[in-house]
Design a protein around this ligand. Structure first.
Ligand SMILES: NC(=O)c1ccc[n+]([C@@H]2O[C@H](COP(=O)([O-])OP(=O)(O)OC[C@H]3O[C@@H](n4cnc5c(N)ncnc54)[C@H](OP(=O)(O)O)[C@@H]3O)[C@@H](O)[C@H]2O)c1
Length: 255
């Protein structure tokens, strides 16, 4: 990551990788967007989302992807949809979930976990969500059929045999339950992690996420929204690692 973003410091001094806003200006050969379109996406390694303006290519590349945002959610919620949605869709697609399969989402209260629970339910799976005690009621409210609390002693006995397991908190975070879950796969079962490869910046995937959000099949969730002046507090809070969903920064309230 350092090699791509900058070895000693970020190449772009304005950081921020996820954004949602309104197209202000377009080049003469732009085909997919017009002025006034409400969009969401990722900047990739070009960063620079923490700003009033960001110049993007309309074509997907390592420098970002952009699509029309879902019409029924706020700009702040759209950032949770872009980041959590791309992660959850990319890695769950590898699971090829079939109706009635048993799916376990580890870290169901993370930005991608929240979307993964809802996507697996939409695909007809029986979903077991793993989270800590304080998020149990929340993950039930987004559709989890069963919940296992990774902080509770004795929870390992609640594990069943799963067709697909998605680790949606990444490899750096683990628990006894996560390690035990890896041995709870069916014969053809698949264990997937959101850290199994780079995030693909795909506007086609953003378009599919938009459809499911507008059909009310998926709802992206923000833990909290901070103003631009509070950006340091927002980062400190996110870095504690216990947020429920996404933390958004409102840069420009005029949008
Ligand atoms: N492949 C890629 O290119 C790519 C790109 C971006 C991010 N990522 C991955 O995504 C991660 C960031 O995810 P995020 O922004 O959604 O949020 P996050 O801040 O990493 O996760 C927050 C959630 O995880 C839960 N959690 C924390 N420790 C846990 C544990 N040991 N077991 C189970 N749940 C735990 C927290 O709830 P509780 O504390 O209440 O349990 C909280 O709801 C990164 O660390 C990276 O691994 C991958």
């Amino acid at each position: 990551m350092r090699f791509m973003i900058g070895v000693l410091k970020p190449r772009n001094e304005i950081i921020g990788e996820v954004l949602s806003g309104i197209i202000e200006q377009i080049g003469s050969r732009i085909e997919r967007f017009k002025v006034g379109d409400r969009v969401y996406g990722l900047t990739g390694f070009s960063l620079g989302a923490y700003a009033d303006y960001k110049c993007m290519n309309e074509k997907d590349s390592k420098k970002g992807c952009l699509a029309i945002k879902p019409g029924n959610i706020s700009f702040e919620e759209a950032t949770a949809a872009a980041y959590g949605g791309l992660l959850a869709f990319q890695f769950l697609e590898k699971g090829n979930i079939q109706p009635h399969q048993k799916v376990l989402i580890y870290g169901a209260s993370s930005t991608s976990g929240i979307i993964a629970v809802q996507l697996a339910k939409h695909l007809g799976a029986e979903v077991t969500a793993v989270c800590s005690t304080k998020h149990i009621e929340f993950v039930k409210s987004i559709g989890a059929d069963k919940v296992v609390d990774y902080t509770r002693q004795g929870s390992l006995s609640q594990l069943e045999t799963y067709d697909v397991i998605l680790d949606s908190v990444g490899k750096a975070r683990t628990s006894d339950l996560k390690e035990a879950a890896k041995k709870s796969l069916s014969k053809e079962g698949k264990y997937l992690s959101i850290d199994d490869g780079p995030l693909i910046l795909s506007s086609d995937r953003l378009a599919r996420i938009k459809e499911l959000i507008e059909q009310n099949k998926i709802k992206p969730i923000n833990d909290s929204c901070y103003s631009f002046d509070q950006i340091v507090d927002a980062h400190k809070y996110a870095e504690l690692g216990h947020k429920r969903g996404n933390v958004a920064i409102t840069v420009n309230t005029e949008t």
